[in-house]
Design a protein around this ligand. Structure first.
Ligand code: 5GP
Length: 190
């Protein structure tokens, strides 16, 4: 997606060899007009899958998922990363290793909001090693719902996640795929 690639080039900052910081438009301040275009693009890519719900993970996936959901006209569920007394104790759980935080945490989704009649679109901001998406896919699997696809804003194509998920047969579509970030210089896959 040209608009997103241009924005990454303009405002993204490479940290070390493998982290892209996009706090000015995606991970902290959010550019809603850009999210709107991303939402339209996700709809173009996955409209034919008859999606009934979008599943994402807190925090950064939520904004993107909500804007996309307006095109699909479906609810958004976000997996929670912390235990809370508010959350139904009857929940689907999965373990996720966080690439950015370097630790494993449990994600949870109440059993009330996913069922075997659903076709789920997973949406997330980044795809690195695929752990977040795999955790979400594991939750979808436990619920008996169908996984319609995985929509990612920014995939780092030089990390293993995309390959791993596609090899598992998941329909993964990313709006921008970064092929390399060496020496702070970004390039995109064709
Ligand atoms: P994965 O689970 O695929 O290894 O990593 C994806 C998750 O880690 C995303 O939900 C995202 O929050 C975070 N992440 C991974 N790489 C980056 C990155 O380069 N920049 C930012 N901002 N977040 C990242």
């Amino acid at each position: 997606m040209e608009l997103l690639e241009q924005r990454i080039l303009k405002d993204g900052r490479v940290i070390g060899s493998d982290i892209l910081k996009v706090d000015s438009f995606l991970n902290h301040q959010m550019d809603v007009a850009l999210f709107n275009e991303m939402g339209k693009e996700f709809y173009k890519l996955f409209a034919h899958k008859n999606i009934t719900k979008i599943l994402t993970i807190e925090a950064s996936g939520i904004g993107i998922a909500c804007i996309a959901a307006q095109y699909f006209n479906v609810p958004v569920i976000f997996a929670k990363k912390t235990e809370s007394r508010n959350l139904d104790s009857d929940a689907y759980l999965s373990e996720v290793f966080s690439f950015t935080k370097g630790k494993t945490y449990t994600i949870r989704v109440s059993k009330n909001y996913l069922n075997s009649e659903d076709t789920i679109l997973i949406i997330d901001d980044f795809l690195a090693n695929g752990k977040a998406a795999l955790g979400l896919a594991h939750i979808v699997e436990q619920s008996g719902a169908k996984l319609g696809g995985i929509g990612i804003a920014i995939e780092k194509g030089f990390q293993d996640g995309g390959k791993l998920l596609r090899e598992k047969g998941f329909d993964v579509k990313s709006l921008a795929i970064i092929s390399s970030m060496e020496d702070g210089k970004l390039s995109f896959a064709e």
